[in-house]
Design a binder for this molecule. Sequence first.
Ligand code: GLA
Ligand code: ZN
Length: 710
Amino acid sequence: MFTRRLFLANASALLAAATVRPELWARGIMGNSQPATPAVPLLLGVDYYPDQTPESLWEEDAREMADFGFTNVRVAEFAWSLMEPSEGKFDFAWLHRATEILHKHGIAVILGTPSAAPPPWLTEKYPDVLMVNDEGMTVHAGGRRFTCPSNKVYRRLSLAIASEMARAFADTPGVIGWQIDNEFTLQRWGRCYCKFCRAGFQDWLRTKYGTLDAINSKWGTAFWSQVYTDFAQIPVPLPSNGDPNPGLALDYDRYQSFANASFLEEQLVMLRKTCPHHFVTTNNVGAPVDTLDLHELYRNLDFVSHDNYPGFIQIYFSGSPPEMLPLIVGMGHDSMRGVKDGKPFLIMEEQSGKAGQRFFSPQPYKGQLRLWAHQAVAHGAMGVNYFRWDTAASGAEEYWHGVLNHDRSKSAGYDEIQQTLKELKTLGREALESSYSASSAIFFDLDSDWALQIQPGQSKLTYQSHILSWYASIASAHAGVDVVQPDADLSRYKAVFAPLQYVLSEKQAANIRRFVDGGGTFVTSFRLGVKDESSQIVRTPLPGLLRDVMGVTLKDYVPLYGEKVGVTFSSPLSGPDAECALWADLLQPTSATVLARYTGPYAGEAAITINSFGKGKAIYVGADLDAASLARVMASLMETAGIKSSFGIPPGVEMTMRTSGEKRWVFLLNHTSVGQQVTLPGAFTDASSGATHSGKIELKAYDAVVLQPA
Ligand code: GLA
Ligand code: ZN
């Protein structure tokens, strides 16, 4: 099964190689008093590389992009060596000429600050800026994202080029916004372990804990002789012939998020000052792949943007059942929407052909490119930028397939992308900027994810694969699911799902307690609340802080290594027996009722329980159920919580809804290669063709339809 580490290991091989409403970003550092940004179009654009294209073609490109229907480009995010050919010597003339041509053709420009790939003169002169990987090896220059986020020299030089750029383009007609850096989270080594990060970590710990006594006690350093008597002694978790201290390792994950976010923040503060009328964002990819805390990274940015490559999901999850793939993509979108509490996001890079340069993803089937863009919108996108305009014929991303082929002829997806743009324009601003409607939420909690990577308990147990299977079974109810943090406002949901909520703070426990007490349905899995946020095991019977809410304590917790453990259900979950794969929490009800029991070596022990607490219900799924049983159990629990779509949706078809006031847009997405029929609960109008439908609607293979109640 896929793991993020594996993804990242492979990713390097592949990856090395709207008028947006001003309110959307006016709430950030700028405050609300800023004048409204003039004409920012609907963001239906393309990523463009004038730095890689002969100047003689720029005019033709701009004209063709405009004729095609693109409204904006993103440029220059990897053009540092052209913009600062030697230290302190800046050259933006070429980029000014390019933006002028684009502007003349009515194409708005998002500029990327280039800190993801420094030029050779820089690393040659300042070799200390190079990242050190988790084996202690200094990462070599020549790829990208090979620098340290803590290094002050690298920060100074990154800020210098970004500042010069900002000054040069603050008042340039057509420039509307910024992307800071590029994909902070996606690289072969997601963490730097250099001496500057070590010093930064020590400072960060001093601020967080105040005293060494606090650190020594929280991390339990008395054992293995790890008591620190000076902050300067604290190491980073590099190989040391024994596992790192788990408290230290978890804090180091957090520090790396902080280091990257504060690196970004330096550029952001500058951009707010120099370009107060421009929006600012950065791009990543969604859960479960990202390695940094995106809430921290995006905190002061105007909106989320991310990169959508279903082709990569096809490659990296090729061992998963094919019907999982669109769900994984959907979860990525939902997680990114969650980063800014549901606000519409921008797709900064949308796949436009075969993805990849060393290995290629499959050629998207006819309809899939349109489907994938509609899927992004269905999950909350306000705009889509395609990656990329032309296919790279040389250089670091040679082969990456764009809207144009390498010989500049139309790619296989050209017409389909053009049609998609037309449809999204017809859908219009109100729909693209509307809200996503969700009746339930699933936690995506990096503390639990990281703590389980540090100590999985069972060697195959991963947070990523577990949360994916839970997400898949919940999303299949077609009633909308938000991906949120455990301290989010839960009052808006009927049901909240918390798979593998291994780390639980007092604040989070109180939030869950309030939700259930108020009438919500809370569903959790094994390993609930084992650790506090310092990575210490709670000193009470498990599940620690939520014992009363769940109405159980744990008799024991059992990692499974192939022994045959089954689960047998009773009413109201009655159905075929399940298999229990990697883990079994053996539950001892205090006030809860048993819904399922183990068979095999733990026969008779409680496996699933339900408890009434306040006005709500709390369900503990102690067994690692096989996918089919999990889906069945979740469907039943959701129905009991009042979550059921009024549409009749066949497997392989996805439904989501966006709303604005009284208006509704229903997205039906057929991810299968054959026609499908959806049963409608009333009369609807096709938002694009105006045709009306009631009773049933036919979806062609890979079709996407947007309906509004008639
Ligand atoms: C990423 C990056 C782009 C480009 C594409 C294609 O998502 O952000 O710069 O490299 O992948 O590989
Ligand atoms: Zn470093």
